[in-house]
Design a protein around this ligand. Sequence first.
Ligand SMILES: N[C@@H](CCC(=O)N[C@@H](CS)C(=O)NCC(=O)O)C(=O)O
Length: 337
Amino acid sequence: MMRIRLAAVLAAAALLAPSLAWAGTTLDSIKQRGALRCGVNTGLLGFSAPDAQGKWHGLDVDFCRAVAAALLGDPNKVQFVPTNTQNRFTALQSGEVDILSRNTTWTASRDSTLGAVFAGTIFYDGQGFMVKKSANVKSATQLNGATICVQPGTTTELNLSDYFRTKKMNFRPVVVNELQQVEQAFFSGRCDVFTTDISGLAATRLKAPNKDDYVILPEAISKEPLGPLVRRGDWEYFTIVKWVLAGLIEAEEYGVTSANVDKLKAESKDPPIQRLVGASGDIGKGLGLDNDWLVRALKAVGNYGEMYQRNIGPIGIARGINAQWRDGGLMYAPPIR
Ligand SMILES: N[C@@H](CCC(=O)N[C@@H](CS)C(=O)NCC(=O)O)C(=O)O
């Protein structure tokens, strides 16, 4: 009897101990502050850009709102902090932001040497090239000798030199720190080519004096899985961020939307849907939240498909590889169960 009781106590301690060990300070400081500090872009249409009233819009912005809704019960409890390509990782490391949700590519070195860890992929992208239509260039293989605008501290810069070296071509880099200034440099003809993630090219093209004067070349020269990252060590917080992303993606798979989530919570007999909306199981509690965590996120920003349609739709990028896995895309969330 004694032995059984001891075993039970030890088992309970083993269950508790890891959760204490995994708890970081980020979660507490977010709760104390009553706001999530979210590092975003300085202004990239579709992902994170402020409107004339200073209200932020975009896929990356909405993701932070979803995390705030799940964690703090209110999607508006987010402070958006603009970051550029150079200062983004320092902003996360120094604690200025709790999450970087800003068209940032998940790579091995970033995931292992920055004191940060990626929570998943919110948008699968690739690096491309944009040129003036009048240059009559049809392929990236014709870019030998070109002057190319690029931002520092990016995967873009690295892929660019890899690509030209492999193709035995030369280029002259024009390295510009701020996105607005690169765009200016490109539109004013200081460089022949602008290179970045293809989504970024599409967003920039919309800002051109005449967008039809510019074309995006057909090549994608790299993989750019863009996703949110947080500091290492705060594993409970990391787990929440990771599962909010998975939950938004899985909600689309099962047709749970901002409009029908309440009705489905009350009526659905479908086990995966019941778990998503917290009508069965204790997924939210396991995350240290309540079982409405995902309902709040979905009501605030909709499922991944709704987020995509609202934010990426207007910049004219089809779902493509960002479609659900059942539709031939790469969006495949681990199951909420
Ligand atoms: N995904 C690439 C590139 C991301 C990137 O930062 N691109 C530029 C061009 S779209 C940007 O966001 N610039 C905004 C800024 O620096 O303010 C990376 O993570 O290195």
